[in-house]
Design a protein around this ligand. Structure first.
Ligand SMILES: [Zn+2]
Length: 68
């Protein structure tokens, strides 16, 4: 059983795989939300993370972000 309650109306707020909080990024002028650990990204408001970013972009994100 694996049921995570998104706080507001089903918007994603944590990764359904690793349960980390999702982060929001700016990708060539588009806002994406997703998990930097699993490399799964989607649009804000979407219910699924479907996209993968190239490894070098993940690297850049990891460098730019301060990871807790
Ligand atoms: Zn994840």
């Amino acid at each position: 059983m694996d049921c995570v309650d998104a706080s507001d109306g089903g918007d994603l707020s944590t990764c359904d795989r690793c349960k980390r909080p999702l982060i929001e990024i700016d990708h060539y002028g588009h806002r994406f939300i997703g998990c930097i650990e699993c490399n799964r990204w989607g649009w804000r408001g979407s219910k699924r993370l479907l996209m993968e970013l190239p490894e070098e972009e993940l690297e850049a994100l990891r460098r730019a972000r301060r990871y807790p």
